[in-house]
Design a protein around this ligand. Sequence first.
Ligand code: CO
Length: 496
Amino acid sequence: MTQSEKLESFYSRLSELHHLNCISALLGWDQRVCMPPAAVQGRAAQREYIAVMAHRKATDPEFSSVVDELYQEIDSLSEDDQVNVREVKRQLDIDRRLPEEFVSEMSQASSVGYSTWQEARPRNDWESVGPLLERTVKLSRQKAELIGYEEHPYDALLDLYEPGMTTSILKPLLLKLADELRKIVPSVLQRFANVSPLKGDFPEETQKSLCHRVALDLGFDLRWGRIDSSAHPFTTTIGRNDVRITNRFSRDTFIPGLYGTIHETGHALYDIGLPQKWLGTPLGSPVSLGIHESQSRIWENPVGRSREFCVYLSRLLPELFPEFATTPDELWNWVNLVQPSLIRVDADEVTYCLHIVIRMLLEERLIVGELAVADLPEAWNDLYVEYLGIRPPDVKDGVMQDVHWYSGSIGYFPTYALGNLYNAMMIESALLAIPDLYEKIEEGQFAEFLNWLKDNVHRHGMRYHGRELIKRITGTDLNPDSFTRYLRRKFLPEGV
Ligand code: CO
């Protein structure tokens, strides 16, 4: 085969795989948004069938050898083709190291783990999930060995979610972050001592209108997107010009519903901002979970929880909730309220990363075998006391609160903290390029900022890995300083 024939067959296979992934995404979206509950088994069979087809197509020997051959002649390819071949080869190497029996054992353990966790959590039932988690940890260790690593088995797992990330880079970074956070938390808490959470009556339909309005102002567009409701908010790409988000509401406060929508809108703006002509190839794909999370958090926090955004919001609210009178300052207090909590997903900007540091420390110990699963609940509680000063009263709001470990994802959590570090570094650079960024936010004008993100982050797809991308944008290596500087400036303007 000539090089151009190889490239043609390479791209045509990627496009087939892309179609299969999109069909599966649509089935998944339907399952979570509108499918009747009794259809669950039939749907699982359909998705399994597509997953098997996709796996065969991704690993078949003919395709594998095309990828290997193109990789050998990578220097003679165009810059764009180089990126695509490099990334597909990277993924293929991982896939080829995992034998089929292992993949099916892992996927079975994950799905049993997920459904058992779902039932056991409300009952506070650690006994049911403990042994399953033991199996998942064992399989994850095995996975790390099969994939391979240079220094630390945890590296192999981190790399799955954040390509290029290693324990020796991540751990000092997050421990330094935790130190800084623990220094500022007491003073920040004092500041909020007299603030209680917003409580009122906010009908769902009106909250929906508010969320629609804000999402559209930020740049979400109903020509290429949909907003629906689901039990857990998420964002999914169904295909070219089709990105969907979901939200959920609680009647007594509009804040979680609104900020959940802003978060998912950020994910959606990234997905649609990826070069659509490269869709289905690495150049049209997100860099990593950490970079994806930076794109949701940058809208949710530095933009959405700023004073200027509260001014913008306080102009919208009276039309929608005429009996609810508030001021931008009062809103700012409500949307920023800092309180140590047991639950990661409810955590504020300041304490959030402490939840992640706890999980990273435990994951690392589990993977190297320093910590037995049987001792995990107690180790979890001790770290909560150490880092947040609170002891979970039960496993439901302790070690069983998140689905990740039970469904087989170890190494995933750190990407949430990385999202915060990346976004704080990005907003500093954005402010240099758009000095009146916050004046624009106050006016409800977000287009210039979105364009900055498209230019600096979205349009590159996977051309650069996370740390390389952030260095290109900011000129600085990934570090926690921008994030802690941002928090200090925001919450302790007079100093600690
Ligand atoms: Co997110």
